[in-house]
Design a protein around this ligand. Sequence first.
Ligand code: ADP
Ligand code: MG
Length: 648
Amino acid sequence: MTIETQVETHKETLGFQTEIKQLLDLMIHSLYSNKEIFLRELISNSSDAADKLRFEALSDDALYEGDADLKIWINFDKDARTVTIRDNGIGMSREEVVDNIGTIAKSGTQEFFKSLTGDKAKDTQLIGQFGVGFYSSFIVADRVTLLTRRAGLEASHGVKWESTGEGEYSIETIDRDSHGTEVILHLLPDEDEFLSDYRLQSIIKKYSDHITLPIVMHKVTTDKEKDETTIEEEVVNTAKALWARAKAEISEEEYTEFYKHVAHDFETPLARIHNKVEGKNEYTTLLFIPSRAPFDLWDRNNRKGVKLYVRRVFIMDDNEKLLPPYLRFIRGVIDSNDLPLNISREILQHNKQLDAIRSGTVKKVLGALENMAKNEPDKYVTFWKEFGKVIKEGIVDDYGNKPRIAKLLRFSTTYDDNETPTISLDDYVGRMKEGQEKIYYITAESFAAAKNSPHLEIFRKKGIEVLLLFDQIDEWVGSHLTDFEDKQLQSVTKGELNLGDLENEDEKKEAEKTSDTLKPVLERIKTTLGDKVKEVRITHRLTSSPVCLVADEQGMDASLERLLKSAGQSVTGSKPIMEINPQHPIVNALKEESEEIRFNDWVFILFEQALLSEGGQLDDPAAFVKRMNEMLVSMGNLNSSRIITLNQ
Ligand code: ADP
Ligand code: MG
């Protein structure tokens, strides 16, 4: 296969994307104490390049150009003071060099740079999260030369890239016989330590032993008697798939280095899942949960992180077939013993074995999370803070595992009003009151709005716990998680509140009596508000606020409606029901109010404050403010001249 692309052939000098300069400065400052990691990063890239070539060669053997023995070579030259990392992987075209090396293509780059504070100490911690990859070369080098050719392109399509890491790079088209990439580091004056067999070998052993390709160094031996020098290739790493080794033989450090390579992460993982499944469908999984959410967590389409191998041979890292979207934060490998090696994308689309691997893997991950929640609750709180919102998608996406996922959910509740979600549905059910049949929840736009909602007054008074939901996705979760272990979930802002056995008989009788005496005023309020509300009725929810708005049992929660509207969907607004608190002094005053204009003002102020208190928007905020001020003036017997003096 030859790829015909129109490429520039002359030498040109281009500027780095502005962020790269900033990134380089920050990185050199923050990673200097751990500078040897440049080698790990470059080896990791070579290993990825080999994986990519293997994958593309599945459908086009010719890409190997007769050289399917993929390797990484590390060499140094004492006189030239260079260290060279070379591979025969996929290589890059001129365009790809500009895109991959001159630009940071990572999603989340913008967010990363926005999150920088300018304070080097603080930013140093952030850089680890972002990952610096290729640019770590500049920690030890003052000039980096990259020679490459993409597999399948003609020799005349080679590329030479060079930069001193100071804002610019040059790029030119060259002749290059072999495909793959060679990175030549021209070391800074103080970095002679890397011009040593021993030093390089120990770095490779330390960070890259798990790389499945042979990492080769040249061993030069001189036979003094014969005056002969021989150069042999010596494989430095074990080059054995880490996941295929016995667990007991793998050290913590080896696991961690392997994780950093597959996950492109600089931090240690939060947890790992290493399993061998035996039987008629045999496979091994070595999966990790990162300690921190990546910047592109919300990109449901960008899902590379779990690699599929067949008998130690890399096949693909297109996750979609391997894990459902709600587990997209998982990193690692799945290695099947039974899938055919020459598997194509098409076969992967409808493969029963792969489906079984996928559902088995999901169960393993859920099991690991259950164990963490049980045995390491503090760690689980950290996990939930980073990934809880993604796990919630599973309630909507993964019907079969819904009951297990429901048990993994963590909530803020009125039990302790803690904004950090730590309470499970099991905790909640265990604390339910005598006679309580439902699990109550409220959704709102923020923790404060949920916690302080007037809808909670009666629940707080009676000591009934309510889940406080304030993530955008909670609206969907609420509509899909209708029950938990035979207990219905009930929004406190929806429908007629019937606390059933939780209300005592006296309270019920009292409520009926007031309802009768208030009938005329309820009707007057309804007439005033017209079709702004569906109904006006006495509340069972409020103890200190005068009014609140509730949705019809069949209707949509006000906050779900707002969510849909903000997502650009047209919703036929269902009208709210206004509930009023007969005990409240304003409501009592309303009963006596005979002046029509004042009655109207009161009613509108009550309606609008109910809207505001649940985070809604007023159609005409200025009119609300005007009414409010008029009311204040008349109540305080203020006159306009006094207001003017107050303002001065
Ligand atoms: P990352 O590896 O996380 O993508 P890097 O900065 O390490 O980030 O590398 C940037 C990109 O440059 C890689 O994604 C890859 O496309 C390209 N690249 C780097 N090294 C090589 C290589 N040896 N062979 C082919 N492509 C490479
Ligand atoms: Mg990399």
